[in-house]
Design a binder for this molecule. Structure first.
Ligand code: ADP
Length: 256
């Protein structure tokens, strides 16, 4: 194939990227930190995703995430800087040095106020409302896929499973959306329903069982969550409505 759209639009030169240490292991290969020298000479700290297997179809799958990300521009979504399409292929993104929200919630559990946790939920919701406006579903919303840019700012990432879908499909997909990410935020990153087998979760949901309120979750936020878990999709608020409701729940001092 000719190569992905992302490559055409966001191609950068390897000479401008200085690779640093390994940050972690991604699905396709190691992720490094590094520095990117922009065309204006600015030096930007970056995260570089690499791909171990450079066969054509794996490469295409690897680059499909960048292909989606190149069209996204939002303060709470991971920012794509560019792609190097020749072997070894690299995806270069802005670096968020506090790492995954999941780990951050555990490390900082005694320092994070309810107001701050609510702010993270609001920011994630803003990112999701933006995607909703583009008819895009993320399909893997979890605190392990949110990065911490600063103690007051989180960014939704990992678009590997995301898709553009038409309105009809969006409606169908909404049936399967369960806002569990908020529960993770208020449960020190513990997975929702961790006490059940995968198959049991569906059965429990079908029979009307819902997640209990995490101890630190404000009741007003939990009642919002229970509306998101309405059995019938039309009974659930969409993301823009959630942003409005969450703005009221967020303490005034954390108003963005
Ligand atoms: P993949 O989605 O390909 O499996 P991940 O997004 O999970 O890869 O990345 C693997 C690791 O690299 C994660 O643990 C994450 O902490 C780190 N990482 C990825 N992107 C960034 C980034 N932009 N800033 C900081 N760390 C990152």
């Amino acid at each position: 194939p000719e190569g992905s759209g992302a490559a055409k639009k966001c191609r950068i030169s390897r000479d401008d990227v200085f690779l640093g240490r390994i940050l972690g292991e991604g699905f396709f290969g190691e992720v490094h930190d590094g520095v990117y020298k922009s065309p204006t000479g600015e030096r930007i700290r970056v995260a570089v995703k690499t791909c171990k297997d450079c066969s054509a179809d794996v490469k295409d799958k690897f680059l499909s995430e960048a292909d989606l990300m190149k069209n996204l521009n939002h303060p709470h979504i991971v920012h794509l800087i560019g792609v190097i399409e020749t072997d070894p292929v690299w995806i270069v993104m802005e670096l968020y040095e506090h790492g995954e929200l999941g780990n951050y919630l555990v490390e900082q559990q005694y320092n994070l106020s309810t107001a701050m946790l609510t702010l993270y939920c609001l920011q994630i919701c803003k990112a999701l409302a933006y995607l909703e406006g583009l008819n895009m579903v993320h399909r893997d919303i979890a605190v392990r896929n949110v990065l911490v840019a600063s103690p007051e700012c989180v960014k939704l990432g990992d678009f590997g499973l995301s898709r553009y879908i038409d309105e009809q499909e969006y409606y169908k997909a909404m049936k399967h959306i369960i806002i569990s990410v908020f529960v993770e935020v208020f449960s020190t990153a513990q997975q929702p329903f961790f006490w059940l087998e995968n198959g049991q979760v569906i059965n429990q949901l079908e029979s009307g069982v819902r997640l209990p309120k995490p101890q630190s979750c404000p009741p007003i936020l939990y009642s919002l969550l229970t509306r998101c878990w309405a059995y019938e999709p039309h009974g659930r608020p969409n993301f823009s409505q959630l942003v409005c409701s969450l703005r009221y729940s967020a303490a005034p001092s954390t108003h963005p």
